[in-house]
Design a protein around this ligand. Structure first.
Ligand SMILES: *[C@@H]1O[C@H](CO)[C@@H](O)[C@H](O)[C@H]1NC(C)=O
Length: 291
């Protein structure tokens, strides 16, 4: 007698990708509607980026006048979102070459907080990231906390304890993926964030749109690891990507365009430092194939 059992990969695909895709489509729909409503431009035909001649909007958040010759825009200051993210990620780079998990995850929390208001594509990516951050935090503070203070310590312990997945195979139970595998997935998302922010910061006026640049970054960093349906959903979501000016304004409120670009370049640089360090640690341990 034969019992029809759906293969695990297919079951995984169904249980994971379809709700995700539906959620993302919903977000896309809502954001296209709200973008259209806010800026008076539709989702088709007319780009939502204001024409190249409009002056960059300088927002006065508090009403207090600030000196025009500031050295550092508020977004990089002690209360600024970008500054907070950079300090945390920076603290994760241990002098001995390791990556501290607690500050790395704190950096990720700040990155999620920073990206979420930027648009539905980011919400799409960060929602996934957030559950992974929470999952790893539970380990950092869990019963095995002594093994989860750094990337190297975690990888060594999970290998010793036989917790690592076979390369290329999805874990039997998705909620019990190893910490190393969860970190690898976050690591790829960090790459996308880094490439996207850097390109938004450095893109020339009249060059490709921020949405095109970040969509290319998605294809390079995440696309090869996502199933077809998720890739198509992401492709659609990038159509609702905010324009460069809007992104810069949201990223660094109250700053000039030049200040906002410079701040984002620095933030992307910090992400690149962390990405490079993590990449070497994962590669040295043969962990890049875990997922
Ligand atoms: C990261 O690594 C790449 C490739 O090895 C290198 O080109 C780049 O300069 C590094 N970035 C930083 C910030 O160290």
């Amino acid at each position: 007698m034969r019992v029809a059992v759906r293969p695990p990969a297919l079951r995984h695909w169904f249980s994971h990708s379809i709700p995700l895709a539906i959620f993302a489509l919903l977000l896309l729909y809502l954001s296209v509607r709200s973008l259209g409503a806010r800026s008076g431009c539709g989702s088709r035909a007319q780009p939502c980026v204001p024409g190249g001649t409009a002056p960059f909007q300088v927002r006065q958040e508090s009403g207090t006048l600030e000196a025009p010759e500031r050295k550092r825009p508020p977004c990089l200051g002690p209360r600024g979102m970008l500054g907070r993210m950079m300090r945390r990620f920076h603290a994760s780079l241990k002098p001995e070459g390791d990556v501290g998990l607690s500050p790395y995850l704190a950096g990720w929390r700040a990155l999620v907080e920073f990206l979420t208001p930027l648009g539905s594509v980011f919400a799409f990516a960060t929602r996934e990231a957030f559950t992974k951050v929470t999952d790893l935090e539970a380990r950092v503070h869990g019963p095995d906390a002594e093994h989860y203070w750094s990337l190297a310590a975690m990888a060594a312990w999970e290998r010793r304890a036989g917790l690592l997945e076979q390369p290329g195979a999805a874990p039997r139970d998705l909620t019990r993926s190893s910490g190393s595998r969860t970190l690898l997935l976050l690591h790829r998302a960090l790459r996308w964030s880094q490439l996207c922010l850097h390109r938004v910061a450095t893109g020339a006026l009249g060059g490709p749109d921020a949405g095109v640049q970040c969509s290319d970054a998605y294809r390079a960093a995440l696309g090869p690891h996502h199933p077809w349906l998720v890739r198509q959903t992401a492709r659609l979501a990038f159509l609702a990507f905010p324009g460069r000016r809007r992104l810069l304004e949201l990223a660094c409120p109250g700053a000039t365009e030049a200040e906002a670009r410079a701040a984002l370049v620095r933030a992307a640089g910090t992400l690149e430092d962390v990405y490079n360090r993590t990449q070497s640690l994962l590669a040295e341990r043969g962990l890049l194939q875990l997922a």
